[in-house]
Ligand binder design. Structure first.
Ligand SMILES: CC(C)(COP(=O)(O)OP(=O)(O)OC[C@H]1O[C@@H](n2cnc3c(N)ncnc32)[C@H](O)[C@@H]1OP(=O)(O)O)[C@@H](O)C(=O)NCCC(=O)NCCS
Length: 176
């Protein structure tokens, strides 16, 4: 079952890369931390994670991270995704693309590769939280088969001080 999942995800990612070109996905390295901090600042989150926080994530063996980058300059990052694993479960902590490359479908390429990475590491169930009003992120997750399993009212604090509803989503990698 896991082999079928991996092959399915790789096929989707390969098809998308062929169609969209000029970006590819690799596993993250410790030196990417500074780029993660710069990209995260483009996320309109109420709290932008610091360089030290990203260095901590990347040094943590339970964290799996992938980056979308320029094929001719793999140190030039367009986006990244970060998950923390516990046993055969994992949680997506964040996914973000640089503003300049949004709307090209590259987030799908990045997430498809990341799901294959998680599945090959033995993750069978994946969770995440997303703001109810974040329609591009919700569409991205739904396109990959995530479904809503819970709601957390007031979970997010917006930069203007107001609060927002979080949706809890789940994906079974074993069922793909
Ligand atoms: C979330 C994010 C990675 C998605 O990447 P993106 O390049 O913007 O996504 P796309 O433009 O490919 O859009 C993804 C889907 O959302 C849809 N979408 C985009 N804007 C939309 C809107 N305003 N309303 C409804 N759907 C929308 C697109 O049509 C697409 O669906 P499709 O693939 O079925 O056509 C990116 O927007 C981002 O970095 N946002 C800031 C960080 C963030 O919010 N991360 C998620 C935290 S949980």
């Amino acid at each position: 079952m896991m082999q079928r999942t991996l092959s399915f995800l790789r096929k989707i990612a390969a098809l998308m890369l062929r169609k969209k070109t000029s970006a590819f996905v690799r596993h993250a390295a410790q030196k990417d931390a500074q780029h993660f901090a710069a990209l995260h600042a483009q996320g309109d989150f109420s709290h932008a994670w610091s360089l030290a926080e990203f260095e901590g994530f990347l040094a943590d063996r339970s964290v799996l991270a992938d980056v979308l980058c320029d094929p001719s300059r793999p140190d030039r990052l367009y986006g990244f995704v970060l998950s923390r694993r516990a046993g055969d479960e994992a949680e997506i902590l964040t996914i973000i693309l640089a503003r300049a490359v949004r709307g090209r479908g590259w987030s799908r390429v990045l997430l498809s590769h990341h799901l294959a990475h998680l599945a090959s590491a033995g993750v069978s169930t994946l969770f995440l939280e997303v703001e109810d009003a974040n329609l591009p992120a919700r569409a991205l997750y739904e396109a990959h088969g995530f479904s809503v399993i819970g709601k957390r009212p007031g979970y997010y604090r917006r930069p203007d001080g107001s609060s927002a509803l979080a949706l809890v989503m789940r994906l079974s990698l074993a069922e793909l």
